[in-house]
Design a binder for this molecule. Sequence first.
Ligand code: M6R
Length: 352
Amino acid sequence: AKSGYDHYMKKEIHEQPRAIRQCLRGRIAEPDGGITLEGLADLEPEGMVQFVACGTSSNAARYGARLLREHGIPTQTFLASEYTADAVPVDEETLVVGVTQSGETADTMRALREANGAGATTLALTNTVGSSAARECDHVCYIRAGPEIGVAATKTFVSQQVALALFTGALVGDSDPAFLEGLRELPELVQTVLDSSRAREVADAYVDADAYFFIGREYTAPVAFEGALKMKEITYKHAEGFAAGELKHGPLALVTENTPVFALLTAGSRLEKTLGNVKEVQTRGAPVIAVTDVPEEVGRYADHVLEIPSTHPQLTPILANVQLQLVSYWVANRLGRSIDKPRNLAKSVTVE
Ligand code: M6R
């Protein structure tokens, strides 16, 4: 079933180009580029769009929220476990989007039920046909990633990002042709990352590190959080993701020569500012691994470069994330961890 791969996680990382193709199939009209998502045809949110999600799905939600905000649609993101309909304004104008791979996560289900109870319109963005979330919500949009066996969410995260990009396009109505072109070429670009990644070398170089830090800004901040979540869940090592600007407000005290920092330095995410943060960690002796689409611009500031192809700036986070998935995978592999079934974790978390 692992088709020659040592782990389901590795197989699923490599299935991402296909997962993206499945998510896109039939949803971008040729030649005009109109986006249609089943079930959303009559959906025209008048008020706030609120996202509720847990774990990896919450990182996808943060990415989606940023896309919507950039198009002038007001959004809020909540960890589902922190969402209570009485503490946030929810009314008939609110659209509440539950992002959940399994469609069974207890915290997310409770949040969606509360939102429904408060009269909001609800949408499930899920991988699982007929799941509790699909049944609870007024609207459903499937991410079509196919079954994911590894506890660590990989291809489903990418599919959520792509579905949220499509969702944004569908709500906004007229999509930027460069963005649509970027979506169409995304499967190939992810394949390029998979074929050329030097993540294994980086993992080998830092397998003994005390901790791993990930910094990103704007579109890449959610990927920094996701990179750290993946690292801690499958390697059992300390990892944290930060919005780059927050480093100096506390986390910088953790930085030493034995805490590699993965810096997401992509064009379009205010790279020069993040480079300033890179200098702060280098002064403390930390090795820096740049994940970047502009290696000639930033390579000289980094000890290692994990290169990604250039594309639309709002889509680079999707490519950068693939590099980080591979780094975590190879660190966990070197440490002999139970990659597909990390200790203490379940694929679907059905208790609050
Ligand atoms: O099924 P869901 O998307 O609702 O699951 C939410 C989280 O439990 C999940 O994303 C978890 O964080 C991942 N397994 C981490 O890789």
